[in-house]
Each structure stands twice: as C-alpha cells, then as structure tokens.
Design a protein around this ligand. Structure first.
Ligand code: SOE
Length: 392
C-alpha cells in the first residue's frame, strides 16, 4: 500500500484530459510508493468543469484556482492551462509549498520563464519539485535515443533534423481560438510544436542550441472571431479578428558541440496530422524517429560490408526505458503512455527528493531559444541564445 499524494489539476481540455488519465493510471502501471489521489480540478466554466470532473475521475471541482492551490489535500499543482496563466499559477503554487507540473512551453515570455525558474530555485532546498511537461522525452524510443547518444553509439553529433507538422489551420474559416492569439498563447506553431523539438534536440544530444537564424510566417492573417457559449468557445459570427501568432516556423541552429540543427514547425503541412520526425547523424552512425511509429527507432551504425544499413529497433523490451511497467515485448505503446511515464518520473522525484528533468531551468532554456527565433525572424539576422549552463 503506497502513500497518498493529492493532485490539483488546473485545466480540463485536451491536456487536462491527458494528465487526468496519467494521474489515474500511473500507480497501477508502475510500482510507485506515492499513489495519486485526484483531489480537485479547476477551470473557469462551471458546467463543463463539473462534467469533466465526473468523467475524468476527480473528487471535487472549483472555479477558483487559488482555492485549489490553498487546499491541504493538494500536494501537487498541475498547470494545464493556456500559457498566459502558467507563470502566475505556478509561482503561487510553488510559494505555497506545492510541487508543480506545468505544461509546455513553460511560459509566454523569457521574463515569465525566468521568474518561474527563480521561484523553483527558491523552494528547491525544501524538496519542492517543478517540472515542465515535455512529454515526448518519455516515449521509450526517444528515451533510448538519448541513452544511445550519451553512451557514444553514434559518436559526435553533426546534424539534428527535426520537424513537427500539423495541418489543422489550412482552412481559413477555422476560428480565432486562444492558440492563435499572442496574448494567450505567446506564439503559434513555434511555441506549441517548435518547443517540443527544441526540447528533444537538447534532451537527445545533451547539447544546447547556441545561435539561431529563423523565418516565421502567418499565412492566414484574419479569422472568424470566437466568443463563448455555455462556457465553450463558439464563433460569434460577428466578423474577423487578427491572427497574432505564427502559423509556421523554420529555423537553423548551431549546436554547442559544433553540429548543425534544422527545425520546422507548422500547422500548414497539408495531410500531416501530428507528424513529429527526428533524425540525428553522428560521426559513427545515425538515429531516426517518427511519431507515427512511436515504438520504433531507426539505427545505423557505420561499418563495412554490403549488408550495412539502417535497422529498425522495436523499443518494447523490458530493459528499454519505461517498458518494464507496461506489457510484454511487442505489445506496443502510444502517445498517451508518455504522460503516464511522465507522471511516474515526477512521483519518483518527489518521493526520493531526487533530480527531475525537464525542470524549469530546461523550460527556461527552451524559452530562450523561442525568443531568439522570434528576434531572428523579425530582425532578419542570426541571434545568439543565452546559455543555460545545463548542457555542455
Ligand atoms: C497542438 O495541436 C498540440 O496539441 C500540442 O499542444 C501538443 O503539445 C502536441 O503534443 C500535440 O499537438
């Protein structure tokens, strides 16, 4: 019998659902000492919030997130809201002595991310943990990729090639939701999708991105305004509003180890629904990953012979990262399992007062790359990224 740890979740939409499922299932999958109790969920609109609480398995609900933070039965505050609320909520929770899991990207600006990292540093000596939800690190294949690179299997990294492609904005009639408003989301495809592949590049290579050169584009500049009906977004039919974020971002980066990286993040890749592809070329080999085949890693190791070539590693063995908690070899995992694995790492770090990653310093490092990309695109020049000191 494990020990109870009370969870308070702010946000009940897409990420709120993914995180609820992770908190519900983690202790059944992994043998964690801490067992989450889904204490309370918060959101702004009572109707859909009550429905979500019942459907997602939460004991209680409140429309007042500050009341959630203040509760004695809440040990962890999970911030799964749009980015404009991350800083205020996460800092309030850390100052109240609660552990925090915050969705990505960490914040809407470097200043906010710095304040969050500073708050996390202040409370760290008392064992309070702060993690940012870059869930793709928790896919077994990408975790294995990181282990192989750090272990030297493919040698020094020459190239990172990363794309994250979606197409849900190709219709100009798609409404102006929060993700298309800079005040709410911070940026567009760049922060939403680009942040993931920036984090993966850092995680898998163990290197920083030291400078960038970028191009951003907003293809559809006006879209139907949205208001709210019954607490849910709805088109008002009252006209068009300005899109204030990028639809697509393409950028080059220099890696701190001397390699080159290219990144592409777009919501206009017609036909691509959630296409995250990642390739590394090293001195002695290469690695490839495609989210549409999430259990596989392509591995090439340079050697002589006419049968040399890429081989497909099925990352479902018991000694592969995270797999021991799940199913026998070949019983494949998917996107949502990454959130359960993330919850597991979070609980272990809290239980053991151990190191945890990606922490708010990692979130800040990604935020600095995002900001440098925006500066580079607007000023049409190369921009240095302030070093985080996390990786070499
Ligand atoms: C956006 O479409 C989105 O939902 C991201 O916000 C998630 O982080 C990504 O995993 C899937 O796409």
């Amino acid at each position: 019998m494990g020990r109870r740890i009370g969870i308070g979740l702010i946000g009940y939409s897409f990420m709120g659902r993914a995180h609820s499922s992770a908190w519900r299932n983690v202790a059944a999958v992994f043998d964690t000492e801490l067992v989450p109790a889904l204490a309370v969920i918060s959101g702004r609109h009572e109707g859909p919030l009550k429905d979500a609480a019942a459907r997602l398995g939460w004991t209680d609900w409140t429309t007042d997130w500050r009341a959630l933070v203040a509760r004695d039965d809440v040990d962890v505050v999970d911030v799964s809201t749009p980015g404009n609320m991350h800083a205020e909520m996460a800092i309030a929770a850390l100052e109240a002595g609660k552990h925090v899991l915050c969705e990505k990207p960490l914040a809407n600006s470097v200043a906010e991310a710095e304040a969050m990292a500073e708050a996390a540093r202040r409370v760290a000596p008392s064992g309070v943990k702060a993690m940012v939800g870059f869930n793709y690190r928790r896919l077994p294949a990408l975790a294995l990729a990181s282990q192989l690179v750090v272990g030297g299997t493919i040698g020094r990294i020459r190239h990172v090639r990363a794309v994250y492609l979606q197409d849900w904005l190709i219709d100009p009639a798609f409404p102006l939701t929060w993700r298309l408003q800079r005040g709410l989301s911070g940026s567009g495809a760049l922060g939403d999708l680009g942040a993931h592949i920036i984090d993966l590049a850092r995680f898998v290579t163990g290197e920083e991105i030291s400078e960038v050169s970028a191009l951003l584009e907003t293809f559809v500049k006006h879209r139907p305004e949205v208001g709210e009906a019954d607490g849910l977004p709805a088109t008002t039919g009252e006209g068009q509003g300005s899109v204030t974020v990028d639809d697509a971002a393409v950028f080059l980066g220099r890696l701190s180890g001397g390699g080159m990286a290219t990144f592409e993040a777009t919501r206009f890749a017609t036909g691509r629904k959630n296409g995250l592809r990642f390739e590394l070329n090293g001195e002695r080999g290469s690695l490839g990953f495609d989210l549409e085949r999430p259990n596989e890693l392509e591995l090439y190791e340079s050697r002589d012979g006419r049968d040399a070539g890429f081989r497909r590693v099925l990352v479902t063995e018991g000694d592969h990262p995270y797999v021991s908690g799940w199913w026998p070899p070949g019983h494949v995992l998917g996107w949502d399992h990454s959130f359960v694995n993330e919850a597991r790492d979070f609980l272990v770090a809290v239980e053991t007062d151990g190191a945890l990653s990606p922490d708010f310093e990692d979130g800040l490092a990604v935020q600095r790359v995002l900001a440098a990309v925006e500066t580079s695109a607007s000023e049409r020049c190369w921009v240095n990224v302030e070093p985080s000191g996390r990786y070499r």
